[in-house]
Design a protein around this ligand. Structure first.
Ligand code: M6R
Length: 351
């Protein structure tokens, strides 16, 4: 049952600390200096191609960025497009990211890759799923069953598992980053406990459209924030790379289209995103900042959703929790069918 929650989605958002603990258990050592994945022993790809759909594609974009940061060429592809025009594979490891393990588009992309001689890895939640049976390697995300059609805890667990995969496969022993990953269950709990997303949702549930912007690791978070909001509220929502706003989308921005800007850290990326926020502020758009308080974005924001200061990789997971809650409470105030949005299915087994 829903254990007292109004919807499975809210229950599953609240289950994230536990899901993450399960994902990390036995895989990160106590001191946070070492990641060990028996199932990936010896897997050291010289390049990586991720294939996935929907929310899992956003996780794949994030995963590809982790590998590129380690100097390993990596790209994320929409599975349906990968099948339509397969890229040269070379000696890439092809990684299918799929919660259900049954998504037809993703299975086809992996079959295409295998036919061309690639080794494949499945990143999935479901033990014994088709993807797990067909791939050379499997890394389980261990999120536990997810009932809500909207992916929530499985996305967080995918991001955590992608961190594990990247640390292990690139021999990265960065103590601070691994420590932040180990602490993720408790920092996610903090975000859930302190979130003011419900009151922000109250202020904006009648907006015409919602635009999400972010850079780097926060770009997939922006895309995911928009997907979640549109699928459960039926309102127009789009995610953009923050730098793209001025190349077209800015024409859509009005005083009734909140811009949700995700920015963490105090570096160059944050500084540039704050500049983009100034551009929308000049068009009178309400600004909702998701921030760790390290930049001066609060000065230009109408509302702030705060996350604790952490490493960039874990910050993305925390920021996403705020966006899940924003989408959930907006949909709840609109009285939507949150666990079963119209026209959508949990597992999409046709191409
Ligand atoms: O089971 P998969 O992860 O392969 O599913 C892929 C998409 O259908 C899925 O992520 C979908 O976008 C989400 N349920 C949206 O919340």
């Amino acid at each position: 049952g829903k254990s007292g929650y109004d919807h499975f989605m809210l229950k599953e958002i609240h289950e994230q600390p536990r899901a993450l603990r399960q994902c990390l258990r036995g895989r990160v050592d106590e001191l946070g200096g070492q990641v060990e994945l028996e199932e990936l022993a010896g897997v050291r790809p010289s390049s990586v191609q991720f294939v996935a759909c929907g929310t899992s594609y956003h996780a794949a974009l994030y995963g590809a960025e982790l590998f590129r940061e380690a100097g390993i060429p990596a790209q994320a592809f929409l599975a349906s497009e990968y099948v339509t025009s397969p890229p040269p594979i070379g000696d890439a490891l092809v990684v299918g990211v799929t919660q259900s393990g049954e998504t037809a588009d993703t299975l086809s992309a992996l079959r295409e890759a295998r036919q061309r001689g690639a080794r494949t890895l499945a990143l999935t939640n479901v033990v014994g799923s088709t993807v797990a049976r067909e791939c050379d390697h499997t890394l389980y995300i261990r999120a536990g069953p997810e009932i809500g059609v909207a992916a929530s805890k499985t996305f967080a667990s995918q991001l955590a598992a992608l961190n594990l995969f990247a640390f292990a496969a690139t021999d990265d022993h960065d103590r601070e980053a691994i420590g932040a990953l180990r602490d993720l269950p408790s920092t996610v709990q903090e975000v859930i406990d302190d979130s003011t997303a419900e009151s922000v949702a109250e202020a904006y549930h009648d907006a015409d459209a919602y635009f999400f912007i972010g850079r780097g690791l926060n770009y997939p978070v922006a895309l995911e924030g928009a997907l979640k909001l549109k699928e459960i509220t039926y309102r127009h929502a789009e995610g953009f790379a923050a730098g793209e706003l001025k190349h077209g989308p800015l024409a859509l921005v009005t005083d009734n289209s909140p811009v949700i800007a995700i920015t963490t850290g105090d570096g160059e990326l944050a500084r540039k995103t704050v500049n983009n926020v100034k551009e929308v502020e000049a068009r009178d758009a309400p600004v909702i900042a998701v921030t760790d308080g390290q930049s001066d974005i609060e000065r230009y924001a109408d509302h702030v959703l705060t996350i604790p200061e952490t490493q960039p990789r874990t910050a993305a997971v925390l920021a996403n929790v705020q966006l899940q809650l924003l989408a959930y409470h907006t949909a709840d105030q609109l009285g939507r069918s949150i666990d079963k949005p119209r026209n959508l299915a949990k597992s999409v087994t046709v191409e």
